[in-house]
Ligand binder design. Structure first.
Ligand code: OGA
Ligand code: MN
Length: 291
């Protein structure tokens, strides 16, 4: 109560299955009480948005570091240079080219449903995107509520996946190419692709709530199951996870700062080929091994 009395900052829910706008908040100047409201809103709404931000990359990094330990994103080889000189945890997601070279990652194509760094032992906890350039339309980012997805599974499926885990293949990127360090991997059999094995139901370390935990559909495999059974169960889990009834879409405006929790959401991005320049500055925080 005391904290609320000392801050004007509020969360206004999107009205969808997840997401809230944080209002009367300046990520460049804030108190501990303001920050407490923002943190609680992220726990309650899974994705938060702060509109019309006017902060530079140094201030973005300072704000981001209040959510946890910032991590340099792995070099996926497209950004040159990978990190900004004055804010070395900030990476760029963009379709913009400079002298014919991409200035950031991920181009202008669709990004299929995923959670960030699920293919590592300790996937990202939070990801933050700050919109520095946006096309007039297109390139929307959709988020799905994984607490709700778990609740939407049939009791039989839920019982079954309690005892199962999923392998998140690490060797191939979303475009089907080999990730750095995996150039020699030849197999296209998901049972043989290398990658970490995580529980399918995970418990959020802060909320204590259980969520369905998936990465990318491509290369997902449930060890111990015959391939056909694994494929069928993965199809069922991803279909439930990505059902439009539990999805909210962010339509980007310049200055939007969106923060999501990868431990209880999934996300995807629409393609925006030919629709204009888009440049996001991005931060992530260290996560824990999913349990
Ligand atoms: C990411 C991501 C989506 C987007 O940065 O992890 O998935 O809308 N970005 O650019
Ligand atoms: Mn992502």
């Amino acid at each position: 109560m005391l904290a609320e009395a000392q801050t004007r900052v509020r969360a206004v829910p999107t009205g969808g299955p997840l997401g809230a706008d944080i209002v009367d908040f300046d990520p460049g100047h804030f108190s501990d009480e303001d920050m407490a409201v923002v943190r609680q809103a992220l726990l309650d709404h899974l994705v938060i948005r702060i509109r019309s931000t006017d902060i530079d990359d140094v201030a973005f990094e300072r704000f981001g570091s209040r959510f946890g330990e910032l991590l340099p994103s792995p070099d996926f080889t497209r950004s040159r240079p990978v990190y900004l000189e004055n804010a070395r945890y900030v990476t760029i997601i963009s379709n913009v080219t400079d002298d014919g070279k991409p200035i950031g990652e991920h181009g202008d194509g669709e990004l299929h449903w995923h959670t960030d760094l699920a293919f590592t032992d300790t996937p990202s906890a939070l990801t933050m995107l700050l919109a520095r350039e946006v096309p007039p339309t297109g390139g929307n980012t959709s988020f799905a509520n994984m607490y709700a997805a778990l609740g939407a599974l049939s009791p039989e499926t839920r019982e079954r996946i309690k005892r199962l885990r999923m392998k998140h293949q690490a060797s191939h990127n979303a475009q089907g190419g080999r990730r750095p360090g995996y150039k020699d991997i030849e197999t296209d059999d998901v049972r043989e692709m290398p990658g970490p094995i995580h529980p399918i139901i995970r418990t959020h370390p802060l909320s204590g709530r259980q969520a369905l935990y998936l990465g990318r559909r491509f290369g997902a495999y449930i060890p111990g199951l015959p391939l056909a059974q694994s494929e069928a169960l993965c199809d069922e889990l991803f279909a439930t996870a990505n059902d439009p009834s539990r999805v909210w879409a962010q339509e980007w405006k310049l200055g939007d700062l969106v923060i999501w929790d990868n431990r209880c959401t999934m996300h995807r991005r629409d393609a925006f080929t030919g629709l204009g320049r888009r440049r996001m500055h991005r931060l992530t925080t260290r996560g824990e091994r999913p349990v």
